[in-house]
Design a binder for this molecule. Structure first.
Ligand SMILES: [Zn+2]
Length: 384
């Protein structure tokens, strides 16, 4: 096995939002043999990093021992390229690291992320994308607007990192000294100033939000400016407001995140539950839905799945044929009973997930659901 020429390398020394990683492209990469290494490591604390060192060494040794001949050689090459990159010290704000690598496929992607993954290291015939998919489901991007009647700050929260993207302030009120004006006149002017300030904010929001694939918008701040803004937002914009929360205008980034995340996560849960409910009712009335591994697999293979619904902690051991992609939730046979090709042990859920990615199906993870649980943790809403 030769390592082919130039490495396709992604290795940035800055945080990457999990939503920015091209999961679709990674899902396309497959090999008949175990050449794709995927590593997820938490990197927040010194303790984590010490543990990573031991973990990586132990897993690498076990993998090497399990491999034979040229695969052992190519694994060593892959490890040579990634080893340092796994253990380098974190960049500011980094809480986790994801590495996809394969010397034979000339692949090296290193991502420093702002959220914490579970420690995992896998060598397989394709990259192990399920943990990344779950992180993306939990940490979809959202917009956060912090405002009072004279100031507005707009953030884009990506993977738990708030990036300030805009700021508007109105110092109109300070310009008008009260002296010489009646209180009534002043109040009227002040109201007018707030109103025009808020419509400016609304306009700005429209500009910053359109085109961005955000989950929606959280509106935060003290007092009544929030609700005044909601009143003047155009309807389609209003629909994208996930929630409203009382917060000091001087809130720290941490406080903003906590308040925003709670609302965004609640919205995600609600959306998952809606999907699960939709699946349940379609199944009950014999509509466009399937449940269980076999039925879901066939529907995916036929390109009929619009939404793959997975129980978040579902995991089903099985095997795949690396030649004809036969997939079964059974003990691995030495060779494929259909085509005689090589087989490997897999998590069937991960394979279904990758199939969904490759066929442009949407994927929804559900926290818990009895209907799904009784169908091996898998179901799908169908296009036809
Ligand atoms: Zn086969």
């Amino acid at each position: 096995m030769e390592s082919g020429g130039e490495f396709e390398m992604v290795d940035e020394m800055v945080l990457t939002p999990v939503t920015k990683i091209d999961i679709r492209e990674l899902a396309e990469l497959r090999n008949e043999r175990d050449v794709y290494l995927s590593v997820y490591l938490p990197t927040s604390s010194g303790e984590d990093r010490d543990e990573n060192r031991t973990f990586v060494a132990r897993r690498a040794k076990a993998m090497e021992e399990a491999l034979s001949g040229d695969l052992k050689e190519s694994f060593r090459e892959t490890m040579e390229v990634v080893e340092d990159r796994l253990l380098w010290k974190p960049v500011p704000g980094e809480r986790g690291r994801i590495v996809f690598a394969s010397a034979p496929a000339s692949l090296l992607q290193v991502y420093r992320i702002g959220v914490e993954p579970d420690r995992t290291m896998v060598l397989d015939t394709s990259s192990f994308l399920l943990p990344l998919a779950k992180l993306r489901d939990d940490y979809l991007d959202y917009g956060l607007l912090l405002l009072d009647s004279r100031e507005a700050r707009f953030f884009c929260v990506r993977s738990d990192v708030p990036e300030a993207v805009g700021r508007l302030s109105s110092d109109l009120m300070n310009k008008h000294k009260k002296g010489g004006w009646s209180q009534m006149r002043f109040n009227r002017l002040r109201k007018g100033a707030i109103k025009s300030f808020l419509s400016e904010v609304a306009e700005d929001l429209l500009e910053s939000c359109t085109g961005q694939e955000t989950r929606g918008l959280v509106v935060a701040g003290p007092g009544t400016a929030k609700s005044q803004l909601l009143e003047i937002l155009p309807a389609d914009m209003g629909k994208r407001v996930l929630g409203v929360v009382d917060l000091s205008i001087d809130a720290t980034k941490r406080e903003l995140l906590e308040a925003g995340n709670e609302i965004a996560l609640a919205d995600e849960r609600e959306r998952s539950e809606e999907r699960a409910e939709e699946l349940r009712s379609e199944i009950l009335r014999g509509g466009l839905a399937v449940r269980g591994i076999e039925a879901t697999k066939s529907a995916l293979a036929e390109g009929r799945v619009s939404v793959l619904v997975l129980l978040k902690d579902a995991s089903v051991p099985g095997w795949i044929c690396e030649r004809c992609e036969a997939l079964e939730a059974k003990k691995r046979p030495p060779e494929c009973p259909i085509c005689g090709g090589p087989t490997s042990t897999v998590d069937v859920i991960n394979e279904l997930y990758e199939l969904a990615e490759r066929t442009d199906a949407e994927v929804e993870f559900v926290e818990e659901d009895p209907c799904l649980a009784s169908g091996e943790g898998v179901g799908a809403l169908l296009r036809y």
